[in-house]
Design a protein around this ligand. Structure first.
Ligand code: ZN
Length: 189
């Protein structure tokens, strides 16, 4: 029996192994005694069941579409216009640098609500609401959207929640943000 050296990424049609080695699972196919990849992706082997799967890799040409959930870093923030460099689309990391736009006055749901604040360097989760003329408009309306991770804008220290505000553990400054419901649980990878 030939044992093939496994690589991490496979192209469509690439030989993954032979049928004695693995049980074909998602995104792979059998051709005679060989198992090949159906698409570009990363290999996953379950060593108990011998099931082999290809986890599709998001194509770099993937463009954020209306309804997609994105995570990104605030690149620019001035005069109520926030630019977000998109790092993830629907949970998949993207290499290409898409920039989405948040118009803060459009995020206000009622007039008595406190001011919507997002600052430079914040990690935000947002929804794509329009991509007309290739301009990606993002919305942070709703509890699940808004800032996921930030640091103190005065000293760069670690912050923690204090009610609906954030509190710097170093310089003790209180600051405001439009935070997401899972603020602070986000791990920057
Ligand atoms: Zn601070």
């Amino acid at each position: 029996m030939t044992v093939f050296k496994k690589k991490t990424y496979y192209l469509p049609g690439d030989l993954i192994g032979v049928i004695e080695e693995f049980t074909p699972s998602s995104n792979v196919y059998q051709e005679n005694y060989n198992i090949r990849s159906k698409q570009l992706g990363k290999i996953n082997i379950n060593y108990e069941t011998r099931a082999v799967t290809i986890i599709p890799k998001l194509r770099v040409t993937e463009v954020p579409k209306v309804g997609d959930e994105v995570i990104g870093i605030v690149d620019q923030s001035q005069s109520g216009l926030v630019m977000v460099r998109i790092k993830e689309i629907n949970g998949n990391p993207v290499k290409s640098e898409f920039v989405g736009m948040i118009l803060l006055r459009e995020q206000q749901t009622d007039r008595n609500q406190r001011r919507i604040i997002i600052k430079l360097g914040d990690y935000v989760r947002a929804k794509v609401v329009s991509s007309l003329n290739n301009v990606i408009h993002l919305s942070i309306k709703g509890d699940h959207y808004g800032v996921l991770h930030t640091v103190c804008s005065y000293c760069g220290g670690q912050v923690q929640l204090s009610g609906r505000r954030i509190f710097c553990t170093q310089c003790k400054m209180l600051d405001e943000r439009k935070i997401a419901d899972d603020f602070g649980k986000f791990k920057n990878t």
